[in-house]
Structures are given as C-alpha cells and as structure tokens.
Write a protein that binds this ligand. Sequence first.
Ligand code: FAD
Length: 466
Amino acid sequence: SPSRSSVVIVGAGISGIAAAKVLAENGVEDLVILEASDRVGGRIRKESFGGVSVELGAGWIAGVGGPLSNPVWELAAQFGIRTCFSDYSNARYNIYDRSGNIIPSGIAADSYKKAVDSAIQRLRKQEEEEGEEEKANRGHGDDRISSNRNNNESKRPSTPETPVELAIDFILHDFEMAEVEPISTYVDFGEREFLVADERGYDYLLYKMAEEFLFTSEGRILDNRLKLNKVVRELQYSKSGVTVKTEDGCVYEANYVILSVSIGVLQSDLLAFNPPLPRWKLEAIEKCDVMVYTKIFLKFPYKFWPSGPDKEFFIYAHERRGYYTFWQHMENAYPGSNILVVTLTNGESKRVEAQPDEETLREAMAVLRDMFGSDIPDAIDILVPRWWNNRFQRGSYSNYPIISNHQVFHNIKAPVGRIFFTGEHTSERFNGYVHGGYLSGIDTSKALLEEMKKEKERKTESQTLL
Ligand code: FAD
C-alpha cells in the first residue's frame, strides 16, 4: 500500500513552493509535491527567444517603493535578480492611428481623463446597484452576490467609440485599473513596477527558495519529494485522510492536501473530488472570472521603432477594441535584442491561441506596417504562449468582479475537510500577482500548521481521558 505523508502539495508554482517551505521550516519534513508539468514555476516561466530569456508568464515585480515592502521584491534583491524600471503611464502619449500618425498629447490626455471619469462613474453606479440588489436579494432569500462585470458593460455612462477612445478604454481596464479604484498592491507596496530582465529567468527565484529546503545540485532540484509529471486527477477525502490519484495510476496517501491549482483549473473538470465539493465552495469558484493575458514576442533583424525612456510602450488605435493594442519594446531590458512584445487579452487571446502562429504573425505585421510604414522588415521569429488552452492553467490569472463581496474570497480559500486551498486566487488583497501567490502559500501553510497542532492536542486529550 502507498506510504502516507503528512502533507501532499498539488502544484509547484510559487504558492506551492512557498507553502512547502513554511511546512519544512516548521518541522513537517515528510511532504510530497506533485506537479503536473515537467518543471517548477507554474505561471512564472521563461523561455529562450531571439537570443535572450523572455518571460511568458509573470514579467513584472509590481508594487515597489510604497509604505510596505513587497516580499517578492525583497527576495529578488536577496537573490540578485536583474530588473529594470518600467513605466507604462507614458503609453498614452504614444498612440498611433492606422495611418501611423501619433495622436497629439492634448487629445490623448483629454480622452484619458474622460475614460477615467467615466470608469469611476460606472463603478459608483455599480456600487449603488449592488447595494440595492443585495437588499432585494436578502428579501428573496437569494444568495447571489455580485453582478458580473460583463453584464454591466451595457450600462456604461459614456461608451468609447473612436479607435483612440477604444484603445484608451482597453489599457485603462486591462492594465491601469489603479487609476480608477485603489488596488492593494499599489497602495501597500508602491506604484513602481520593475521588469524582470534576468537571463536565469523570474523562476530563478523559485529555485533559490527551493534550495533552502529541498535537495539541489548544480542548478537542479533533485529531492525525491518533488515529483514532476504527476497530473493529479482525483482527491478522495474523509475524516481520517486524503487519497490522491494521478493520471499515471500512482496513489498518494496524506493526512492533509494543499491544493494550489489555478482558478481556471478548479473551474475545469481536470480534478475529481470524492465526495464532491460542497455547494458553497463550487459557487465561490464559479464567481471568480479568469483573465487571459497573452504576451506575443516578435524578433526582428533590426530596430525600426523609437526607443528611449518614454517610448518603451506604445499603443495602436484600431476600431476593434483590444486588437494588437498594447506594445512594448525590450530595448531597456535587453539592448540590441530587437524584440517587440504585443499583449492581447481575453477574447483576442483566445482567438489567437486557436489560429496558427503564421496567421498571428501576418496580423501583427500588418498592424506594425500601419504604424511604422511598409518598409519595415518582417519579423524573423514569433512566440505565442497559450495559457488558455493549457489544461494545467486554463487562463492567466484570477479576476474578481470589481464589486465582489468578502464572502466569495473567504469561501474560495476555506478548507474542505482535510483539503486546504492556496494560490494567487486565494489572496484577497493581492490576487493576480506573484506576491499574491507567494503570500497565499505562506498563509495556507500557517493555517494548516495551526490545524495540525489542534489535531495533535485533540489526540492527546482523548488519550489522557482513556
Ligand atoms: P501557478 O503558478 O499556476 O502554480 C500552480 C501549479 O499547479 C502549476 O505549476 C500547474 O502546472 C500545477 N497544476 C495544475 N493542475 C495540476 C494537477 N492536476 N496536478 C498537479 N499539478 C497541477 N504577476 C505579477 O506579479 N506580475 C506580472 O507581471 C504578471 N504577469 C502575468 C502574465 C501572465 C501571462 C500570466 C499567466 C500571469 C501573470 N502574473 C503576473 C500572475 C502570476 O504569474 C501568478 O499570480 C502566480 O505566478 C501564480 O502562482 P500560483 O502558485 O498561484 O499558481
């Protein structure tokens, strides 16, 4: 029969590794980490492209320079990760129309202000409606909590119409929400953001964390408590323990499980729970939206775009919202690399994931020729990550509807029997970020250690009674 460990941790992203580290440091050495893919890091993932390391997942350390210190920024400093300051607030002054003209800064600033005002108005209106809806719901005994953001799109006080307005609306909502409502990351940790520009990758940080409690040698984790290519498919749980079954037919017994899979995976049918998860849990999981965020990398034989401190980001204004809107050059991170990055989200991400990369390359080149003229060279390489179709991810990060009530977070995080939940989506203040994943892992392990202590006390108590 399979041996039993104290804790099985499902997933070796930053939350899983942080959780394991806290357990190990507190004397729980008999743990097993099961990771579906062939590597550690999850949504922190570098790849060699065009002669440098590019980050397909998390790229920035967001929240630096504020009243509190961002723990991920501290780790990066401790491990000597190379970063460079990155400021996309200038993007709005580098908006190109389809004829390659730069929108005058006065017009851009006005449109931006209008968009921020209208977003704030919309938020207030939503909050009011929410209050009324909650009142009404209480009357009907209905426990529906927040209205979905998409449902509210039609109620916008002023709807963006021109390509410039659409482009600004897109960057405001998908990148700069901090201008509209306070975001804990920026309030607590500061408004500065740093791009990770390290050949060893952002995931070097995870390796250094792992080194402190797992056996490593020559840059590799060789500890047999970390098991790669183990796709967990079933969690059978009872009052006395949890049985974890993997796709390749392995069975692991544990006193407790920490589950760090993404919200997208929880919403999918990859994992079967036996008995099924309770209704309150399933409902909370359904209430959290999944954001798809795709960075497409393009390598060129030479640079044809303007560079310089205020030119790192630029915007393409098209009549279709989110159509190859948000661009970044990598000259600050890797001078001479001749790489551009264009970011797509949600519907556009899914559309592009479903088509061959040559088609995406063709579309991107047509957009660049609109902006910079027909003489520019063709890209010589393209990289299109597919976070949506990755069955171990099913999206990029959690995106709670703006007006989510505290109960949703509480329920997403709350343990079910001996199964504890962690991951970026369980962080009420910092969901969607690397530091959210990191802090949630620590939090979950602390809660589990507390529970283990109580269980031990209960056992000694019943023994003394006997
Ligand atoms: P994950 O890293 O997803 O870890 C979960 C692990 O579970 C994965 O390794 C997965 O393979 C594994 N798993 C899944 N299913 C199973 C299974 N059935 N059995 C076993 N293992 C399983 N954050 C920032 O702070 N700054 C950024 O700039 C930023 N940009 C981002 C850009 C993109 C494109 C993406 C995708 C994310 C970005 N994020 C950013 C968010 C950040 O990457 C995440 O919040 C964080 O890495 C999540 O860590 P996690 O441990 O919660 O989840």
